[in-house]
Design a protein around this ligand. Sequence first.
Ligand code: FUB
Ligand code: ZN
Length: 665
Amino acid sequence: MRNLLFFLSSFLFINSFAQRAVDYPIQGVPFNKVTISDQFWLPRIDTNRTVTIPSSFKKCEETGRVENFILAGKKNTDPSFKGKFQTQYPFDDTDIYKIIEGAAYSLTVHPDPKLGKYVDSLITIIGRAQEPDGYLYTARTIDPEHPHPWSGAQRWVNESILSHETYDSGHLFEAAAAWYQATGQRNLLNIALKNANLLCRVFGPGKRHDAPGHEIVEMGLVRLYRITGVKKYLNLAKFFIDCRGRYNNPKTTYTQDDKPVVDQTVAEGHAVRAGYLYSGVADVAALTGDTAYLQAIDKIWNNMASKKYYITGGIGAIPDGERFGDNYQLPNLTAYNETCASIANVFWNYRMFLLHGDSKYIDVLERTLYNSLRSGVSLSGDKFFYANPLACDGKYKFNRGSLTRQPWFDCSCCPTNMCRFMPSLSGYIYARNKDSLYINLFVGSSATLTLNGTNQITINQKTDYPWNGNDIISITPGKKSHFSVCVRIPGWVENHPVPSNLYAFESPYPHQFILKVNGKKTPYTLKKGYAVISRTWTKNDLIELNFPMPIRRVIANSQVKNDQNKVVIERGPIVFCLEGVDNEGNISNIVLPDSTKLKATFYPDLLGGIDMITGEAKVIKQSNGLVTQSCLIKAIPYFAWSNRGVDEMEVWIPNNLTGIIKEVK
Ligand code: FUB
Ligand code: ZN
């Protein structure tokens, strides 16, 4: 009988899901419909599966994060039990949720019964830690008389400042949705729904109206709504967004709470919170058709992309407050660029694309993905950057007090965010609407999707990206049919390194790329950054692409003080840097004149297989006054630095003597 009720309620959920009228005009092809075979990304995803996920679970055990759930469970069964919260931050529960989310994506393509069993055992422990009414927050449950100092004496009283209670819920919801999607199992989903139902009882019109201190619950609630079709979850996500700028005291820009979201115009405050908020706003805008939300995030996005965005794709310039700086305040040495903020930026830009169908958002996403996000984890998969600066002088301890990647942090949000992001990458490659298929990322992969309701299309992509711009994509529809394939033409091919005037190529390159179908040049129209090929497609039709990848020099807008008289070396989507070890240990006196010819060579055995860019530059030396000598410089991809010990590093390289100046914070 219980099973029947379960079946009926699932059926009703799915039914209401199908009836949803408004949504993103474009849908992503989800991670579980895409298999990555790419020579660049697959080894990294495999390392995430074999090293990052297991080592992070181990850290959660060693540091007491798992123990926190066990202790909370004991308290739930025996109120006289005396326990003590084992770790430092009230949001440490989220690390386990994030790794479970990553394990879920990973298991979809790589079944691993041992891992599945381990996650199930964790879910059992998590379930026991949940209080009977759905509350799940070990920082209070273990010892309610003495909760974590950030948590407040009673539930929720510190929610808008420090407690992270709904932040914990948000990550729980994300993990539960992923686990359910990946395995079909409802064990974590049931825990999540019980917690979400509690939130719905506590918060809302006429009830509590705190704006969450650290956003993510909005996105998490939307995921629960998408799975269940239960409207109250979407309503609560919208309610939380609408609380911002209205009720909290104090109202801070740090938490994007100084004004109502619809009146906000600039990217502000803590960058991870901001990125998660803007992603949640996009989700709710898509599902409710709220145009005021749309206008707000469009304005905020313009501010970010034109004034607060690093050439590496990082966001959140300022360490103090882990936050966005003022317009054009983009220091290099002290750049914070938290790994989590890069991940949040990918979430946000992907949603902006789904809303607008413009490739400029994928340009931002791609730059972040291949550079500042990728740099967050070592090649070995077990050491991490929390901050991702654009320069290192070997003295300023940028990485939470250290000069290089670390295996874990007291606040370990970045490693565990990496666990969940890496295996979800398959979900960002393709998208579709009713009769168009979008190819956004050039990542070797195969996918299946449906167009026009019934036509099942199989895609196969083979490429050497990002090291060269050749790409072959086969399209096989279930039945011969007419539709459009929209191939993204990256901004860097079109002479726009970014979709704003924040950065430009020093010298333009003639617009040229090759696009053929079945060996012949094909007609296409350029629309919102996509080459749209509309034709009748049949089995194994082949799209061939070639994006020339000359080595380019990028310069910054004159308002970015720290980047004047300097250039960045780029090739394709990859940003390069100088690291001491390749350049006789000292890079601070190197000048790269515009006349220096640069050459790219692929080294399969260096740093996991990378392009190195070399050229005859100048080095300034002190010997009875300043002397200039020739020197060979070697630049490696930014993402690969700091894999060979502590070192100096520089992304912006002086192209004349004036460029060798001190950094402005
Ligand atoms: O507050 C939770 C997480 O810890 C944030 O997202 C990170 O920036 C770190 O402060
Ligand atoms: Zn982080």
